[in-house]
Design a protein around this ligand. Sequence first.
Ligand code: ADP
Ligand code: MG
Length: 247
Amino acid sequence: MKIALKNLTVSYQRHPAVHHASGEFALGDATAIFGPNGAGKSTLLKAMMGALKPDAGSVELSGLAVRDIAYLPQQSEIDRSLPVSVTDLVATGLWHESGAFGRMGRTGLARVAHALEQVGLTGFAARPISALSSGQFQRVLFARILVQDARLILLDEPFNAVDAKTTFDLLELVRQWKEEGRTVIAVLHDYEQVRAYFPYTLLMGREVIAWGTTETVLTDANLRRAVDRTASWHDKAPVCHTDEEAA
Ligand code: ADP
Ligand code: MG
């Protein structure tokens, strides 16, 4: 198995949001993606889960099938008005096993119930998702990842607008995933969470600013550089000609 970025460039209307990123993720461990707003963190995760196509370079995911990858988008990108229950949503994590319109068997239901128990939502199975607090909703999304049994777990700001108790409980799940040998890659903004749970950090500022063990990456000098690099780009940034040549 290998999870790596190879000279990855991803653009919107040809303006690169992630620029020539290269490096390899630690397998079976947790890596935080850190960086200011607009640094390209969400763009990077979307390219990794296949929702955005690179302009140049590639994401290498060898030994992983689509079903092995779980992705949790930023809360702002999720439509919670759908009339579905907690069980319905968690059961979508079984999609690869049951097929899009397949019936969820007894074992599927039992796995959903067990996952809800693990995230502290026993008794919420029939609740409509629109009736949940943001912390409860985030627990539901983590339960979906639990039933999916993914080997690569991508989380985009999973604890934004989430209460402290929920954050703590869900961070314990991240710890469990690490112990189970899963690879967790999460965009985070809280320095203490990163230091406590994420041995590795990738610091983004449109480019890779630093990537390695968390204590070597999260230095004041690196953080300043990430802010400078992000700010020196803007939506009128020139198109990248090296990418054109490479394409
Ligand atoms: P982060 O997650 O680090 O805050 P993003 O990856 O969301 O950063 O965005 C990186 C840059 O790409 C920003 O300048 C942002 O405005 C731009 N961007 C993000 N999504 C789009 C989009 N759908 N269309 C055009 N530009 C976008
Ligand atoms: Mg983002």
